[in-house]
Design a protein around this ligand. Structure first.
Ligand SMILES: [Mg+2]
Length: 258
């Protein structure tokens, strides 16, 4: 039976830049068992190639760009064949994903405002996006994650930037990252023909919700944002709770070689 694993990154494979102990052995076990592993992240700041390098370097297990799906790529695919001019509040990962589907980044007369995480956000950018949205152009977001974890504590995420624009305009965005349909479509495509799919993640409202929406199984790890499984809402209850990804292969019946 071909097993598909949809693996979240931050909080599952690493915490900020420290690998989760046993993550490498777990990925090796999945590979050894012939599982198809797709790495799925709502981080829109990096390209899939850059994300693959980060995983490879931090975890020590080789990952290819093709194994990675990002919310930026899901967003670009969602827009493919549609608008050709986008105003972007976001970074390199989003800009390059849009370029790949023929959407140019333009500050004048955009047909869509696309919002991802922007670590160089300014009032000027928010003001320009607000004016376009008030004009009625499409409003598209890579995700709604309110925060992302750092060693200093949670910092404002894409959802916080989207919320500023939503508050200013009364508009609601089309959302493309986990657990929304554009990301799920992309993950399904990358999984290919698999018989059973497990999503492994730390965030109920993205990772577990994606599994629930697709009828996939869900494994919650306690190394990330969720420390207490009892805090997970009933409708998102995972099939399996593991202390960390290190335990997962064995729980799925896969042996870890010493
Ligand atoms: Mg995570």
């Amino acid at each position: 039976m071909t097993l598909g694993i949809v693996c979240d990154l931050d909080g599952v494979l690493y915490l900020h830049d420290e690998p989760v102990p046993g993550a490498r052995a777990a990925l090796e076990a999945f590979a050894g068992a012939g599982a198809r592993v797709v790495f799925a992240t709502n981080n829109s700041t990096r390209t899939p190639a850059a994300v693959a390098r980060v995983i490879t370097e931090r975890v020590g297990h080789p990952v290819r760009a093709d194994d990675v799906v990002t919310a930026a790529v899901a967003t670009a695919r969602h827009l493919e064949g549609g608008p050709s001019r986008a105003m972007v509040v976001g970074m390199e990962g989003l800009v390059s994903a849009l370029a790949e589907v023929g959407v140019a980044v333009e500050s004048e007369f955009p047909e869509v405002v696309v919002v991802g995480l922007d670590r160089e956000l300014t009032y000027r950018k928010l003001a320009a996006a607000t004016l376009e949205l008030a004009r009625g152009v499409r409003f598209v977001a890579t995700g709604l994650d309110a925060t992302f974890p750092t060693p200093r504590g949670p910092l404002p995420g894409t959802g916080a930037i989207v919320a500023a624009l939503a508050a200013a305009t009364g508009r609601t965005p089309e959302v493309c990252g986990k657990p929304h349909p554009p990301m799920r479509r992309l993950v399904r495509e990358r999984l290919g023909a698999v018989e059973e799919v497990w999503v492994v993640g730390d965030r109920p409202e993205t990772d577990l919700a994606m599994a629930r929406a697709e009828g996939w199984r869900a494994a919650l790890v306690l190394t990330g944002v969720t420390r207490d499984p009892a805090a997970v809402p009933d409708e998102l209850r995972p099939d399996l709770v593991v202390a960390s990804i290190a335990e997962l292969p064995e729980r799925l019946g896969i042996r870890i070689s010493p």
